[in-house]
Write a protein that binds this ligand. Structure first.
Ligand SMILES: [Fe+2]
Ligand SMILES: [Fe+2]
Length: 221
């Protein structure tokens, strides 16, 4: 059975990940590297595990989480769709069944807020984990004056910590973020992340849960 460790070691995956990182860096976007891939893989697996899903669903979502942004090696635009097709090709080459590879392709093709929708448990967990990764270490631009930085960088620079977890006996999926409000206001956060939070809420509902957003310990949603 194809596992995440085998995929991580694959030379084609390695090359595509490397090129994705180079392109995102060249574009000056926030980090979408193997660090982000690893975190999204881990968090999406934890969400499904906490909701009592079986080991196979957890294996599939961890793989989807790791590969979800590989379309960035082609172009940032439509990276969800291109990454979905790339993933299908890689996973079937590595021996995954067409049905499981198609399930991962569908989840990856739906992870971006522009066109994505929660369409399965795997897709829903992937959306929530992806949108939850906000952290100052993701800012790649050299920022000498934080107030001159673009709003995406400023929001990420302000984020001291973020994590997502299933709470209240499996009925709530909560995103916790600690923001330094001297750098970015909660309004700045919403200006950028409103679409992502709406999609996360839909994804939580697909999983039969309520979505909650907790910033600096205050429950906002
Ligand atoms: Fe993405
Ligand atoms: Fe992502």
């Amino acid at each position: 059975m194809l596992d995440l460790a085998t995929i991580r070691r694959d030379s084609e995956v390695e090359a595509i990940m490397e090129m994705s990182e180079r392109q995102i860096e060249a574009l000056g976007f926030t980090e979408h590297s193997r660090r982000h891939a690893g975190i999204v893989s881990k968090w999406s697996g934890e969400i499904l595990r906490s909701l009592g899903k079986d080991d196979n669903r957890i294996r599939l979502v961890e793989i989807a989480g790791y590969l979800h942004d590989i379309g960035n090696c082609i172009n940032r635009k439509d990276h969800a769709q291109s990454g979905a097709i790339l993933s299908y090709k890689i996973l079937t080459r590595l021996g995954m069944s067409p049905l499981e590879a198609a399930e991962i392709m569908m989840a990856i093709g739906n992870h971006d807020e522009q066109y994505g929708q929660p369409v399965s448990d795997i897709s829903s967990a992937l959306i929530i984990a992806d949108k939850a990764d906000v952290h100052k270490s993701r800012v790649k631009n050299t920022v000498s004056d934080v107030f001159q930085a673009n709003i995406h960088d400023r929001v990420n620079l302000a984020a001291e910590k973020s994590f997502v977890r299933v709470e209240e006996g499996g009925s709530v999926i909560a995103l916790h973020i600690d923001i330094d409000t001297a750098i970015c206001s909660v309004m700045d956060y919403f200006e950028i992340y409103f679409g992502r939070m709406q999609l996360s809420r839909k994804a939580a509902e697909f999983l039969g849960c309520r979505f909650s957003l907790v910033i600096n310990g205050t429950v906002l949603l």
